[in-house]
Design a protein around this ligand. Structure first.
Ligand code: ADP
Ligand code: MG
Length: 668
């Protein structure tokens, strides 16, 4: 039987309709899918430990014979199964909780392989809910693959089928690089890799196989990103506009402050892109307060000047209004009409706005996601700018993806990401960093407190406020909630404990009028202490806040904590950030202790990344990054960089992929 990569699973011997369904559940439909269905771990039977050598806490593989069994039923579903196994050097107890039905598998006299963590209980060695499988006497494979399973499939089923494929495959998937390059990069070949990832001959071969496959995965991923970037950003004569760089100076004249060099540089980059007729795809990163907005405004202003429309999408309604208040005058003074679209407009107002946009009378539209939900016929939309894109929902991201086709697109973010990650994950975008803060570097001191320290905190607050300072108290929830501190409860508590101090409450469920009013009073220092949810995290420009106290800090991500503390300590004074920890377990303490030592967003990002991996970074999933099967951006960063370099090298030598046209089949 000769098989090709496209052979459907059901054509394989031993896969009936039922098994086929189970495989489908794992997203396996054809031969190729199963080749790339990788084991989650391996059992190395050459490294089997003797029971006499066991140590507490070790994760080990044991081969032993069942000598006794005992079951204890506690209720219909609960109970445990305790099995004594021996390898002639000692006895180990294997315990399965709530899986008494396994007892028929572990028949006395049969030999099994177990893999799990050794624990000691009453001076006996125990292994709880381990991985197990029956040991088969005659062996050719010493390193056994262990696959992620689904109901209805066993390790044996998958191993058997993988074996069959590897043996009968007519042709392996195509190679990504010619031999010379693979030698230079020190990576093996696809046949070796697939054979050894499933049935490694040795640990060394397994390592080689992993290296090859991780490299291959990253290579294809980068190839797609960089190719897309090339296609999207291809110069287009229709997009070329002659723009004078002096426009930056002209723009600056309308501002109440001088632009920083850094801001000007990014504006120049944008002008250069426009002059070249390149479709802009740019991510601008800068901490809270670094002055990103003015770059967005500049871009909208330029396009309005050459007669085109632009959209500025903001994550919240307050922010939208704030931008409008801050910038409306500048646009008006230049006869550029700007409008605001949020969810709270009446139908009539919306209709009017849409009409003005359709006729082209209105050039700049600022608003929330409401813009994405409306059907608007722009006369000549040329640029979309999004602030904190990851704050938008998945569905809105989808719409956005559609809307930004063929228009310039700038994404702004204050969520720190490690540089390497930014360059690789967002490899299809240009990347600008707004490094220096226009109002001078902030000085923030971060402390860790426990919930028991509340008296200390109250006196700190009283003292600060007596010095005419103001501050935030941040809670993870709005309303009363069993285990989560809420703004409403905290507000009540503080009003009692700190009577005499004017305290405000802010969260997203309050009406927009109340929100605006509270913020105004807070800005004018009528309200001294503002209890709020993370609604203040994004953008709102509040000057001179001296301290921020974050309740139940363990519920926030590090990037978010960093963004929150970015709200304090401007104007040359030291700001304070207190993290109040409710749940003092070790992991929490370690994480937050490391955090308080980090000052820059990039350092926090690296830390966050080390602790949690890339999953949460700036909505990686929302950016349409394919789930990786084997590579781990964090652990395999060197291979990722290597793959990126190789793709860059290829596209430099052969930009149209004419010589290496076979690579096009990896581009989706
Ligand atoms: P973010 O990057 O967080 O969006 P903003 O754009 O809201 O930051 O800017 C924060 C504050 O700094 C605003 O009040 C803004 O007007 C001000 N700002 C921006 N650029 C400068 C500058 N070059 N000099 C002085 N103040 C500036
Ligand atoms: Mg902002």
């Amino acid at each position: 039987m000769k098989l090709s990569l496209d052979t459907p699973l059901k054509n394989l011997k031993g896969i009936g309709p039922q098994k086929e369904k189970y495989f489908n559940k794992l997203n396996i439909k054809k031969v190729e899918d199963i080749l790339f269905y990788f084991p989650r771990k391996y059992l190395n039977l050459k490294n089997v430990k003797k029971i006499i050598e066991l140590k507490e806490g070790e994760v080990v593989t044991i081969k032993a014979k069942v000598i006794a069994r005992e079951e204890k039923k506690l209720s219909f579903k609960t109970g445990y199964l305790k099995i004594a196994v021996s390898d002639n050097t000692g006895i180990l107890y294997v315990i399965f909780f709530n899986q008494i039905y396994l007892k028929n598998i572990f028949q006395i006299g049969k030999t099994f392989i177990f893999n799990g963590k050794i624990e000691i209980f009453n001076r006996d060695f125990e292994i709880i809910n381990p991985f197990y499988e029956e040991y088969e006497g005659k062996r050719t494979d010493w390193i056994l693959p262990v696959y992620p399973l689904t109901k209805g499939l066993s390790q044996k089923n998958i191993r058997k089928i993988v074996k069959l494929l590897l043996k009968n495959l007519k042709e392996f998937p195509s190679e990504i690089l010619p031999l010379e390059r693979r030698l230079v990069l020190n990576i093996s070949n696809i046949k070796h890799a697939l054979n050894n990832i499933h049935f490694p001959v040795s640990e060394v071969n397994l390592e080689k196989a992993r290296n090859y496959l991780i490299f291959r995965e990253f290579f294809i991923f980068q190839l797609n990103l960089l190719w897309k970037k090339k296609i999207e950003q291809k110069s287009d004569e229709n997009l070329i506009f002659e723009i004078d760089e002096n426009l930056i100076d002209e723009f600056e004249k309308n501002l109440p402050f001088k632009l920083t060099e850094n801001q000007k540089e990014i504006m120049k980059e944008i002008i250069i892109d426009i002059k070249r007729g390149k479709l802009i795809r740019r991510l601008i990163y800068g901490e809270v307060g670094s002055g990103k907005t003015v770059i967005a405004i500049f871009t909208l202003w330029i396009f309005a000047k050459i007669g085109f429309q632009g959209v500025f999408l903001c994550p919240t309604e307050i922010l939208t209004h704030q931008h409008f208040i801050n910038w409306n005058e500048l646009f008006l003074s230049q006869d550029i009409s700007i409008g605001v679209l949020t969810g709270s407009l009446t139908e009539k107002e919306k209709e009017q706005l849409k009409e003005d946009i359709e006729t082209g009378k209105m050039k700049v539209l600022i608003g929330t996601h409401a813009i994405l939900n409306e059907k608007i016929n722009f006369k000549n939309l040329k640029v979309v700018i999004v602030d904190e894109q990851h704050k938008f929902g998945v569905r809105q991201q989808e719409i956005l993806k559609e809307k930004r086709k063929n228009v310039h697109y700038i994404s702004m973010s204050a969520t720190p990401i490690p540089r390497t990650v930014a360059l690789t994950l967002y490899g299809n975008m240009d990347f600008s960093i707004l490094g220096d803060l226009p109002k001078g570097q902030r000085q923030i001191i971060t402390y860790l407190f426990s919930k028991q320290d509340s008296e200390k905190i109250y006196s700190f607050i009283k003292f600060q406020i007596s010095q005419n300072k103001t501050g935030f108290i941040i809670t993870p929830a709005i309303k009363e909630n069993e285990n989560i501190e809420s703004a409403e409860e905290k507000y009540k508590e503080l009003c009692e404990k700190l009577s005499g101090i004017k305290i405000g409450l802010l969260h997203g469920k309050l009406s927009k009028e109340i929100q605006k009013d509270v913020l105004k009073k807070f800005r004018e220092k009528e309200i001294k202490l503002l209890v709020s949810t993370t609604i203040i995290e994004t953008g709102i420009d509040i000057p001179d806040v001296s301290f921020i106290i974050i309740e139940q800090a363990e519920r926030f991500g590090l990037a978010q904590l960093h963004q929150l503390r970015g709200r304090v300590g401007r104007s040359g004074e030291i700001g304070y950030c207190f993290l109040i920890v409710y749940n003092e377990d070790e992991e929490v303490n370690e994480r937050l202790s490391s955090f308080i030592e980090k000052e820059s967003g990039f350092d926090v990002a690296e830390l966050d990344f080390d602790l949690r991996g890339p999953g949460d970074l700036l909505g990686t999933r929302q950016h349409g990054i394919p789930p990786l099967k084997i590579g781990d951006i964090r652990k395999d960063i060197e291979l990722l960089k290597l793959a990126r370099k190789e793709v860059e090298r290829i596209l430099k030598l052969d930009p149209e992929l004419k010589k290496m046209s076979y690579l096009k089949k990896f581009i989706k």
